[in-house]
Design a protein around this ligand. Structure first.
Ligand code: FAD
Length: 624
């Protein structure tokens, strides 16, 4: 009955608030602006923490919309989704509910770098996210456009430092107050859409750009450094018009269409950087002429009559888009439902944020998602969750929290953003994580769920109990494996012809043995059924744990060192240029520009500094 009441309450605010004028409250613990992948996770996380939360977004119908590809996860990105899920976020469950095809990418490599990926039904994904938000206690959703961020100056002696106090909607209604605001405006901040020679203001096709007042507050009032990035999306093709009996090959005549239409294509002439790892067909042809370009036709959903041509993002005039597609044999009579287009938008340079994703100079203001220079749903969701957690904690007068890069991909992502900044749209890769053999998709629940419940507060009791029972079961199973020990000769006799490198008399336990490629948990359980067969449900996880355990143990000292440096905070207002210590001018200038949050200087901060360790020793004097 309570759930029904809540649902009705939230539905009412969903529906009645469409005008934005009849909100019952005018003050919330947390306000989240934007209902994309970052905003939905932020709002749900803040509410899970116990904060009374308001999510304001331009259109309720586009909450959870997949602006580009109908898929979730992949290499590096799949790890992020598992971690968001381990912290009880929404996107993993939405992916399960809306998935039409599940796969593991990178299977030829070790399981640490496998990429879980789901092909999605767009409509189902959106519906799942919307219904989850509707039934989240303490969360109200309002359709409206935020035009202004309200800020005050906490201390007249600290010019340039502000405190957020709320927002004002574009409809001119009364301000809504809050001491914690999360901005997740995606590609909408000063967004411009491009198709051929046409440019128009907008955040996404069919959606207006973010109101000018918001950009003004960020740039002029708060003095934040802002850059410009771009991205694009392919045309959507009518499924029936594709001839699947023919080859799907991008052939040379397609390249000619691209080259001949460059002068008619405003988007590719822009200076703003686009996503390096999913470039438009124009960028591919111009940068790598003569190379083969792969295209995949993906379903847009189970009942959708459209296909998404992955690899054919383009911004040339619509008639030329059709000409290019029809040069591809399988698409010779293709029909386009919506043409491809590009978007260019403002992002806030993320080195101006702390590891809790709070703007350094503005207390209570958090940023997450594409606004921080990233690209991709998963990167947005991961930041959204963490910004929501910290906005909720601030509202509840709890100290901010950071995630270490030794503990999660979310920690790597945030550390890279706030420590190194971005010069092009940032996307996650497994190579960005130095401890990737530990940060595996299979153990995300063990790494994060207990902490998410015990320390952070964003994980529900039900989820926590499940993770604890898995953790205990795995620990028992590992102990059981270690308890069965035999000489390598005896193991050979028991398991048949397996190749062991140890000499005959060496004693090996079950866990040692499981490290071998041709030994499975099932083989060991059939040799010792009385103590191992009860752990069959964990067989794959045990195998992965056994393979990586020795390497992770070797890395543990390095992880410990980084963690302890991450806990040593440096003052945000440190005057590096005149520190009375022996630092070279070059080092001082880099430190002054990057203003590291902690002594654990990130990779690129230190890339140009040969004296990094000297700097660290010196800086340790100044920790707070
Ligand atoms: P979004 O999902 O964009 O959500 C922003 C939300 O904020 C929207 O709901 C909007 O209505 C709302 N909003 C904005 N301003 C206001 C305001 N003032 N008041 C209230 N609400 C507001 N990603 C890739 O990985 N690869 C790609 O190739 C790719 N191509 C893309 C192409 C296009 C054309 C677009 C638009 C996006 C593309 N993306 C791509 C990016 C992907 O969609 C984003 O990374 C992801 O959606 C970012 O999530 P977000 O939550 O930061 O922002």
């Amino acid at each position: 009955a309570q759930k029904l009441h809540l649902l009705r309450h939230n539905v009412l605010s969903f529906v009645s608030s469409r005008t934005g004028s009849d909100l019952t409250r005018r003050q919330y613990d947390v306000i989240v602006v934007g209902g994309g992948h970052a905003g939905t996770e932020a709002a749900a996380a803040a509410a899970r923490l116990g904060a009374e939360t308001l999510l304001i977004t331009q259109k309720i119908m586009t909450i959870g919309a997949l602006s580009c590809n109908p898929s979730l996860g992949g290499v590096g990105k799949g790890q992020l989704v598992r971690e968001v899920d381990a912290l009880d976020g929404l996107c993993g469950r939405a992916g399960d509910s809306a998935g039409v095809h599940f796969s593991i990418l990178n299977r030829s490599k070790g399981p640490a770098v496998w990429g879980p990926r789901a092909q999605l039904d767009r409509e189902r994904y959106r519906q799942f996210i919307q219904s989850e938000l509707l039934s989240t206690p303490r969360l109200t959703v309002l359709e409206g456009s935020v035009d202004e961020l309200l800020v005050s100056q906490p201390n007249p002696e600290e010019p340039g430092h502000h405190r957020v106090t709320g927002i004002r909607l574009v409809d001119g209604s009364h301000p809504i107050l809050s001491s914690s605001v999360v901005l997740t405006t995606g590609t909408f901040l000063s967004g411009s859409l491009f198709m051929g020679q046409t440019t128009s203001p907008g955040g996404r096709m069919g959606d207006a750009q973010s109101c000018a007042g918001l950009s003004y507050t960020l740039k002029e009032t708060l003095g934040l450094r802002v850059g410009r990035l771009r991205t694009g999306t392919p045309p959507r093709i009518v499924k029936e018009s594709v001839d699947l009996s023919l080859k799907l090959a991008v052939i040379l005549t397609c390249y000619r269409v691209v080259r001949e239409s460059v002068h008619l294509n405003c988007h590719i002439q822009q200076d703003a950087k686009g996503p390096r790892y999913c470039p438009s067909i124009e960028s591919r042809v111009l940068r790598f002429p003569g190379r083969r370009h792969q295209v995949w036709l993906e379903p847009e959903g189970l009942t959708s009559d459209l296909l998404y041509p992955q690899g054919l993002s383009m911004t040339m005039p619509p008639e030329l888009q059709l000409r290019l597609l029809r040069e591809i044999p399988a698409l010779h009579r293709a029909e386009i439902r919506t043409p491809g287009y590009g978007v260019q938008y403002d992002f806030v340079c993320p080195t101006q944020l702390t590891p809790s994703l709070q703007v350094k100079s503005t207390q209570g203001l958090f940023l997450a998602g594409q606004i921080n220079g990233t690209t991709g749903y998963e990167e947005a969701a991961a930041q959204g969750l963490w910004a929501g957690v910290n906005a909720g904690r601030t509202a509840l007068s709890l100290p901010p929290m950071a995630l270490s890069r030794t503990q999660s991909y979310i920690g790597v992502l945030i550390d890279d953003l706030v420590g190194r900044g971005v010069t092009e749209p940032y996307r996650m890769f497994t190579s960005r994580a130095e401890f990737r053999t530990y940060l595996r998709p299979d153990n995300a629940d063990l790494r994060l769920t207990p902490r998410g419940f015990e320390e952070v507060g964003c994980v529900t009791l039900r989820r926590y109990k499940k993770a604890v029972s898995v953790r205990d079961g795995l620990q028992e199973a590992l102990m059981a494996l270690q308890s069965v020990a035999l000489s390598s000769t005896r193991w050979r006799e028991k398991l048949g012809n397996i190749s062991l490198s140890e000499n005959k008399s060496t004693t090996l336990n079950g866990l040692d043995l499981l490290q071998y490629k041709d030994v499975s948990f099932e083989m060991l359980a059939s040799a010792f059924p009385e103590c191992l067969s009860q752990y069959f449900e964990y067989s794959q996880r045990l195998k992965i744990e056994a393979v990586y355990r020795p390497h992770c143990e070797k890395q543990s000292r390095e992880m410990e060192r980084i963690r302890s440096e991450e806990s040593l905070s440096l003052p945000s207002d440190m005057d590096y240029l005149s520190l009375p210590v022996s630092l070279s001018q070059e080092v001082r200038e880099i430190l002054d520009r990057v203003r590291p949050n902690t002594v654990s200087l990130s990779k690129t901060t230190t890339k140009h500094i040969s004296t990094v360790y000297v700097s660290k020793v010196i800086l340790k004097k100044y920790i707070i």
